[in-house]
Design a protein around this ligand. Structure first.
Ligand SMILES: [Zn+2]
Ligand SMILES: [Zn+2]
Length: 195
């Protein structure tokens, strides 16, 4: 299905995210701009298999991006890199090119300048983020993204089994320690400690 209007995406983002906020509008604008720069007009249809998106922050803005691109975590087409930045990189696998889009820090100040009469910051930003030009909202950088075969959606390979905990490991996430194949948790990279 071709790209929708901002108003249509706002409705979908509100459903997906639980509320409509400035972050949703910024995320929609960011994704639409990314697709425009890549020349992809049908992200959830004909172009579905050629798009991978990297997001760099776990905030409101991130939830709006899959609404436009169709790239979801469970489809392996949405990659999270926790850099704490309001930025996303849109990769066209078919043409092997990618564009990184960063929200400009100045966008909030522009919103205040444009709509000083709106007291609520979120409302002020929502209005401005609908109206400002792409160039005012975002900085653009063409980049190269080296995607390993196991990171590309559709990758298939037998799973490994951790020699220590016995749990199955997909997508070559196993590591070799002291000549044993173990999972990242058993290799000391865990985010949890068993009680
Ligand atoms: Zn929000
Ligand atoms: Zn293990």
């Amino acid at each position: 299905m071709p790209l929708k209007s901002l108003a249509e995406y706002e409705q979908l983002a509100e459903q997906a995210h639980g509320h409509l906020c400035a972050g949703q509008i910024l995320g929609i604008r960011m994704a639409v701009y990314g697709l425009k720069l890549l020349g992809l007009a049908d992200p959830t249809g004909a172009d579905r298999k050629r798009l991978v998106t990297f997001v760099e922050i776990d905030r409101c803005v991130t939830d709006a991006i899959p609404v436009v691109t169709g790239c979801r975590l469970g489809k392996r087409a949405l990659k999270f890199r926790d850099f704490g930045k309001v930025a996303a990189t849109f990769c066209d696998l078919e043409r092997d090119r990618a564009v990184r889009i960063l929200a400009r820090e100045s966008a909030r100040a522009r919103a205040r300048e444009l709509y000083p009469e709106i007291p609520n910051g979120n409302q002020q930003q929502m209005r401005a983020y609908r109206e400002l030009a792409d160039e005012e909202l975002f900085a653009v950088q063409w980049v190269h993204v080296a995607l390993a075969p196991e990171d590309i959606p559709g990758y298939k390979a037998p799973r490994a089994v951790c020699a220590q905990c016995g749990e199955a490991i997909s997508f070559r996430r196993e590591v070799v320690r002291d000549r044993r194949t173990v999972c990242r948790a058993c290799a000391g990279q865990s985010y949890y400690t068993p009680l």
